[in-house]
Design a binder for this molecule. Structure first.
Ligand code: ATP
Ligand code: MG
Length: 717
């Protein structure tokens, strides 16, 4: 007889069920935002476990952020009512690769305890190499080089695989410098982020037995946000999946937003080609958003040409019939003030702050909100940025810990050797560097050797020996003393804490607090190495305290998330679409920006408000802004214009009149035209005067006639 479906399958639609239950062979789920792709993956894992098809440790599941991985674990645990501790291979590409690489480091010339450089260290190392070649690092910048190398690594190219033509970039030295860089990393027993994948691919390619081992281990493989994988990630996945072909990828070409980082939508097409007979499943029902929100997003994205195309519908009829709101304000301060007031209004009506997000295009937009929310005493968290760990005092402290854990970590040593100041001048340090280079040994080792000689004058020699002896002693305590205590000891004995205590600057007390907070945050880890490993992977960590807080993040980090209420500030030309994207990638750049807008709008379940200012300060300069062209691309029937937050209570009807914006109107004489229309006209006229073609690279501005009839005119005017 018919068996009742297990709990976890309840409510799934037939296509979702198919995607969950087709365990054997390749599956590609290609579907729009909010159609349950991530939910399918989670349910699929639950299904694999519930049917005993594999042990937790045999499932490989790749998510885009650590946060997403954590959430997935929680959901699976909920489904199967058991623990998912054994799900060792659920994480980001990077976290999975780091795990694999630790086991096989020696196969690519590393030792298992290798460090993972952060951007800062990476750039300093590159700078040394560039200078060593006698290049001017102002013209040939470390960042440009790092980007170039990242690009190669995203395509899984080792130095010898880079083509002659490409390799001759960077003053003809591109490939050589890349090789030198890899060489230096290996001497330092370190790798950068891109290496994590590249090295694992190299291990797999050169060691068929190791690959076969992992092919057998991973009985089922899954990838979320597949549209944003790059070539290296794809190759990695293909190598693993060629074993049993049980690979299921879910994605949405309309949400591909990492092209600038090497993501390839073509991977979707490649999948069908490389995995013959793949089951391609489309999901068309959106379970997340109201019909207004979905219509607005769908209409917006329909302006893109390069699409695989799909239909979407929702049954979610909002009883309050809230349209997507568009609001204009004077500047970013007012934007923050208004959004702050709206959030407080929502809060007073019983909405949880956790259900509210502010999604910005550029992180520079965050400051205004942070400042405002601090003033209001409104809880917020910033998601997606390693803000805390980026602070100077935190980086210094971490460098100390790294030296203790990994004595070959030259970059960490460089950072702390004369911090606090110990009277070690450039000249002394240069001697250490030279010895390290000629002997091909780590700096600390070179330092020790140098201290045995008379080469350094007594004072610097004593200072250097002091640091080195300290590090050795602390290292000796690694096994004996609890890591949090040891961390405190290190910061005290090194004189680092003292340095900030004696500092008279206004920030010093905050820095001391941060150091305390750092040590507190180590509590949940078992050891110093464990903690450092975590730090190197927290690029997308957030402070997930359970307390109720508004989330602030970039649109990029909002991928995959959902909130009842979403605020989308800064929809202005130049900011969104971002000028750099337009300049660097033209139409493709514009389309990627539009996908980003689509991602933004589709994060909202019930309420989405889009904001734009008439004036914005970018890099210290005031500019009068033009409303984003994306505003013109929203469907009139699903959009409501509000001029200020004071109308918030008036969703769904009237209330423009009382706008505070009117009182502050910068264009005193022209009340009859909405702010951005005026700004546009002004800017268009300005563009014409400069002989610029405002239509280049995109839809440009509509003609005056079109504009009048367009969707964005205010009713009743
Ligand atoms: P995105 O493209 O934004 O990542 P997605 O396709 O991954 O979206 P999910 O996040 O999995 O979509 O699902 C969106 C919302 O719809 C979630 O709240 C999810 O729990 C809910 N949902 C998905 N499928 C169903 C279903 N069959 N019944 C009820 N709710 C569902
Ligand atoms: Mg998802």
């Amino acid at each position: 007889g018919a068996q009742a479906a297990p709990d976890y399958l309840e409510g799934m639609n037939p296509e979702q069920r198919l995607a969950v239950e087709t365990l054997d062979g390749p599956v590609l789920v290609l579907a729009g935002a909010g159609t349950g792709k991530t939910r399918v993956l989670t349910t699929r894992i639950a299904h694999i476990l519930a049917t005993g098809s594999a042990y937790p440790s045999q499932i490989l599941a790749v998510t885009f952020t650590n946060k997403a991985a954590r959430e997935m674990k929680v959901r699976i645990a909920g489904f199967i009512g058991g623990d998912v501790e054994g799900m060792a291979w659920l994480g980001t590409f990077h976290s999975v690769c780091v795990k694999i690489l630790r086991r096989h480091a020696e196969l690519v010339g590393l030792k298992s305890g290798f460090s993972i450089l952060d951007t800062d260290d990476q750039l300093r190392l590159i700078k040394q190499l560039i200078r060593a070649e006698g290049l001017d690092d102002k013209r040939w910048t470390p960042r440009a080089f790092a980007n170039m190398v990242d690009g190669w690594k995203n395509r899984a190219l080792t130095p010898s695989e880079v083509s002659e033509a490409e390799g001759s970039a960077f003053a003809g030295l591109g490939r050589k410098l890349y090789a030198d860089y890899q060489d230096r990393l290996s001497i330092l027993n370190a790798c950068d982020f891109g290496d994590l994948l590249l090295h694992v691919i190299t291990v797999f390619k050169n060691n068929p037995d190791v690959l076969a081992d992992y092919q057998r281990r991973f009985r089922y493989m899954m990838v979320d946000e597949y549209q944003d994988t790059n070539i290296a990630q794809y190759l990695w996945l293909r190598l693993l999946a060629q074993g049993n072909q049980n690979v299921c990828c879910v994605g949405d070409d309309d949400q591909s937003i990492y092209g600038w980082r090497g993501a390839e939508v073509d991977n979707i097409l490649r999948f069908e080609h490389d995995f013959k007979g793949a089951e391609v499943i489309r999901l068309e029902r959106n379970y997340r958003s109201t019909s207004h929100i979905l219509a607005a997003a769908s209409h917006l994205i329909s302006h893109n040409e390069g699409r695989l195309g799909k239909t979407l519908f929702t049954d979610f009829e909002d009883p309050e019939d809230v349209k997507v709101n568009v609001a204009s304000v004077w500047d970013s301060e007012e934007e923050a003030r208004s959004i702050g007031e709206e959030i407080e209004a929502l809060q007073s009506k019983g909405h949880a702050l956790n259900d509210i997000a502010i999604l910005v295009r550029a992180s520079l937009q965050m400051r205004a909100f942070e400042d405002r929310f601090v003033t209001l005493g409104l809880n917020y968290r910033v998601i997606g940025g390693p803000r805390f760990y980026e602070r100077m005092e935190i980086r210094d402290a971490l460098a100390y810990f790294r030296c203790v854990v990994q004595p070959a970590d030259d970059l960490a040593f460089e950072r702390i050797v004369n911090t606090p100041k110990r009277g070690l001048g450039e000249a002394s340090l240069k001697l250490v560097h030279e010895l390290a280079r000629t002997e091909r040994i780590p700096l600390m080792q070179a330092g020790f050797q140098l201290c045995q000689t008379e080469e350094l004058r007594p004072k610097p020699r004593a200072a250097l020996k002091g640091v080195l002896d300290n590090v050795v002693r602390w290292r000796g305590e690694l096994e004996n003393v609890k890591h949090t205590e040891l961390a405190e000891v290190i910061l005290d004995e090194s004189g680092y804490t003292e340095m900030w205590r004696n500092d008279r600057s206004a920030e010093a007390p905050g820095r001391l607090d941060n150091l305390k907070e750092l040590i507190r945050s180590m509590e949940e880890f078992e050891s110093l190495p464990g903690f450092l490993e975590h730090i190197s992977l927290v690029m997308d960590r957030d402070n997930t305290e359970d307390n109720d807080a508004v989330s602030i993040m970039t649109l990029h980090s909002a991928k995959g998330l959902e909130f009842d209420t979403v605020f989308l500030p800064g929809w202005e030309e130049g900011l969104f679409p971002h000028q750099r994207a337009l300049d660097e990638s033209g139409k493709a750049g514009l389309e990627e920006e539009r996908r980003l807008a689509y991602v933004g709008v589709t994060r909202a379940k019930k309420r989405a408000t889009i904001w734009f200012t008439s004036n914005r300060r970018i890099h210290g300069q005031w500019q009068s802004s033009i409303p984003s062209r994306f505003l013109d691309e929203l469907p009139a029937d699903h959009v409501e214009i509000v001029e200020s937050q004071s109308n918030y209570g008036g969703y769904g009807g009237g209330g423009y009149g009382s706008s505070r914006f009117d009182n502050r109107d910068p264009f005193q004489n022209s009340y009859s035209t909405p702010g951005w229309e005026r700004a546009k006209k002004a800017k268009a006229a300005q563009g014409a005067a400069l002989g610029r073609n405002s239509n280049s690279g995109g839809s440009g501005f509509k003609s005056a006639r079109q504009r009048k009839a367009g969707p964005m005119t205010i009713e009743g005017e």
